[in-house]
Ligand binder design. Structure first.
Ligand code: NAP
Ligand code: F7E
Length: 349
């Protein structure tokens, strides 16, 4: 029998890479998606399988971490061997604006899912292995480098919610002897990164600058430092955690940190531009409490699974810039073709 996995947050950056990885390993992949008035599946459209297809291995279910009865039904239907809980309101700045929703989805949502697993395991006697998507944001103001022994000091409603989810996961591991692992992942990026996270915001704007579609980019704090890796590498670490002989808590990071300024320099100089001519600082992007310096120590995952990042900082920046230069060119083409039709519509009106 092929293994089956349920991924919450399948439409997100990590969900899409993880789905590809699990399908390539022969899994049947179940994904939780939210009903939305416009399509939200662009990251998984290339692996989507029509429900009428025989033997399809990707099955999508409507659901939401704020809806426990729906979650219970999905688990009963999918009967997964592994659950990857990636769903979250994942934007730190937005969590200051929607703190209660962030806590409901990210903290209580994790508790709801764990409780469904607890009951399912108890009633059926099946084993379900559970991955919880924890974050380096949980370390917040704790000085670098951070590892599994560093005390959490969260600095946003998002980070506080992730700390709660981490402890719920750990408590369910100890109380009910469930196989639950917490990944503590440092920032990981890709061409599929949401466009309001700083790396993608920069590369997307750069692509449009090169295409002649904009000449400014407004950013917040340029001094913060992050340990940025490639999302494709990080989903492999998630999978490895659930194949390990015992559950645990694992930091996943590159062990190298760079400031936003350094990211800007790397990206703009790659296409022969000086970033200082295009970047404006706008305080609207400052956070009420900032996380200044995140630098992970990945020694434990290296020793436990031999995991190492395969993409360097420079390669990551270039991969994202190359992708967004193409997207900028597409934007330019769409803009130039839209203009004549808008003119003809206006002429008819
Ligand atoms: P992402 O691109 O923002 O994706 C988040 C996913 O969660 C999307 O599929 C989203 O659905 C879904 N979602 C949001 N609220 C939900 C709810 N109430 N119920 C069900 N689904 C919901 O995030 P990501 O970068 O892939 O990150 C994956 C996970 O890892 C998140 O939990 C994030 O907090 C955590 N994390 C990320 C990083 C990183 O650097 N990327 C680092 C550490 C931890 P829609 O598509 O419908 O919005
Ligand atoms: O900000 C600064 C900002 O939003 C990084 C999420 O995936 O990783 C992510 O959270 C830094 C911060 O990521 C802008 O102040 C400057 O210091 O790209 P970000 P994040 O907050 O680190 C962690 C690990 C997660 O778990 C989260 O889910 O960049 N910054 N100017 C800016 N940030 C944004 N977004 N936009 C700016 O204009």
């Amino acid at each position: 029998m092929p293994k089956s996995a349920l991924i919450t947050g399948i439409t997100g950056q990590d969900g899409s890479y993880l789905s590809e990885l699990l399908l390539s390993k022969g899994y049947i992949v179940h994904g939780l998606i939210r009903r939305c008035s416009s399509f939200n599946t662009s990251r998984i459209d290339h692996i989507y399988a029509d429900p009428h297809e025989q033997g399809r291995r990707l099955v999508l279910h409507y659901g939401d971490l704020t809806d426990p009865t729906g979650l219970r039904r999905v688990i009963e239907t999918a009967k997964p061997d592994e659950i990857y809980n990636l769903a979250a309101q994942s934007h730190v700045k937005v969590s200051f604006e929607n703190p209660e929703y962030t806590a409901d989805a990210d903290a209580t949502g994790t508790l709801r899912l764990l409780d469904c697993v607890r009951d399912h395991v108890e009633h059926t006697g099946r084993e379900i292995r559970f991955y919880q998507a924890g974050s380096s944001e949980m370390y917040g103001a704790a000085p670098p480098p951070q590892d599994e022994h560093t005390a959490f000091y969260p600095r946003s409603p998002y980070a506080v919610s992730k700390v709660a989810a981490h402890w719920y996961a750990l408590n369910y591991r100890e109380a009910y002897k469930l196989f639950v692992s917490n990944g503590i992942l440092f920032n990981h990026e890709s061409p599929r990164r949401g466009e309001t996270f700083v790396t993608r915001k920069i590369t997307r704007a750069l692509g449009r600058i090169v295409a002649g579609l904009q000449d400014k980019i407004y950013l917040g704090n340029l001094e913060a430092k992050r340990d940025w890796g490639f999302a494709g590498d990080y989903v492999e670490a998630m999978w490895l955690m659930l194949q390990h002989h015992e559950p645990g808590d694992f930091v996943v990071a590159t062990g190298e940190a760079h400031s936003i300024r350094e990211f800007l320099h790397e990206a703009f100089s790659y296409v022969g531009l000086d970033w200082e001519k295009y970047v404006m600082v706008d305080p609207r992007y400052f956070r009420p409490t900032e996380v200044d310096y995140l630098l992970g120590n990945p020694a434990k995952v290296r020793e436990a699974f031999g995991w190492r990042p395969s993409v360097s900082f420079k390669q990551l920046v270039r991969m994202m810039v190359d992708h967004d230069i193409q997207l900028g060119e597409q934007d330019r083409m769409i803009q130039s073709t839209r203009y004549p039709s808008e003119v003809s519509v206006a002429a008819k009106a």
